[in-house]
Design a protein around this ligand. Structure first.
Ligand code: KDG
Length: 338
């Protein structure tokens, strides 16, 4: 009799344990790989952590984000392809590297489009920013929000750039994007398109002489170790964009999609605040690390603006006159015009 009782008890225990594991497996969290290109200790890395925490909190840990930085999952372009194929769930990267997928993204590369962050936020978060973002869906990507990469400035190892002629012959790495290639060719540089993940090595081995990025990136990517001169140009405002694989997104419930969108918006607000706070002190940090910093004189800045204005017509032709005019109108409205 005793043996039968023992056997029955063991059977009930195993069944309960099995049900427990099965139940635990039923609520196994949905894993989300979120790739990005900068170091973990950067504005991009800090905002990715905020996104990770917000998703866990809002989903009751049913959705788990693994934020993977330093281009460990690939360059922007490689991650974009992984999202389109469904091999990776999410990423954040530059809108400029999306132009091979959605040509309208090139509108955000227009030199001197925005004068300040207020204008950028108003246009990117407004109807036309959403319209450009929605264009991605037909190519297998879902854009959630824009983050701030920031206003871009010039660094190089050849000479201080105090006038346009100083750009002549500088081998300048640019993003893989025709607007950036055309812009710096127009300014007299030898534009060399390279993925961000290859940039530090290219500078270190003198494959290229210089590059252009916001202060935050110059600091967090330690470009000051391999770059001597920094010229303040603020020649273009660069957005980042948080992207989801549409293949994967379409398989989520509406509640799960809402969790991701709400978390993305919270990460955007944090990222902009964090990036701007860091940018305010980054220039002083770069000086303290030995970079020789100069600002273009108003006359030379005006010459650069005039020279770069020449490529606006090709941008408008590429993205479509309608979108060009709509964005210009949104900028004018944000600037307080009509
Ligand atoms: O993930 C890093 C990329 O977004 C990169 O585009 C940043 O501004 C950048 C650059 O110069 O490539």
């Amino acid at each position: 009799m005793k043996f039968r009782q023992l056997a029955l008890t063991a059977a009930i225990t195993l069944a309960t344990l099995g049900a427990g594991i099965a139940q635990a497996q039923d609520i196994k969290p949905r894993l989300i790989r979120f790739g990005y290109g900068l170091n973990e200790v950067s504005n991009q890395g800090r905002a990715a952590k905020v996104f990770t925490d917000e998703v866990a909190k809002a989903s009751g840990n049913k959705m788990k984000v693994r934020a993977i930085g330093a281009a460990a999952l690939g360059s922007d372009v490689q991650m974009q392809q992984a999202l389109i194929g469904g091999a990776q769930e999410m990423m954040v990267g530059s809108t400029a590297t999306l132009v091979g997928i959605t040509k309208e993204m090139a509108i955000w590369d227009t030199p001197f489009l925005f004068n300040n962050a207020k204008e950028a936020d108003a246009v990117l978060d407004g109807p036309v920013g959403q319209k450009v973002m929605d264009k991605l869906q037909e190519k297998g990507l879902v854009g959630l929000v824009y983050w701030e990469n920031g206003f871009r400035n010039l660094t190089n190892n050849k000479r201080a750039v105090t006038k346009l002629e100083d750009m002549d012959g500088i081998k300048l790495r640019v993003m893989q994007n025709n607007v950036f290639i055309d812009s710096f060719k127009t300014l007299g540089a030898n534009a060399v398109p390279l993925p961000f993940s290859e940039l530090f090595t290219a500078l270190e081995t003198k494959t290229v002489d210089g590059q252009e990025n916001p202060y935050n990136t110059i600091l967090s990517s330690k470009f000051y170790e391999v770059q001597k001169y920094l010229t303040v140009t603020n020649h273009v405002y660069s957005p980042w964009i948080v992207l989801v694989s549409k293949k994967w997104w379409d398989g989520l419930s509406k509640d799960e999609q809402k969790v991701l969108l709400d978390a993305a918006k919270k990460s955007r607000d944090f990222e902009r605040q964090d990036t701007r706070a860091e940018a305010d002190k980054a220039l002083a940090d770069l000086r303290s690390k030995g970079m020789q910093v100069n600002e273009l004189s108003p006359a030379e800045a005006g010459r650069m603006r005039d020279k770069l204005g020449a490529i606006n017509a090709s941008i408008a032709a590429n993205v479509g006159e309608g979108l060009w005019k709509e964005v210009q109108g949104a900028v004018a409205q944000a600037r307080g015009g009509k």
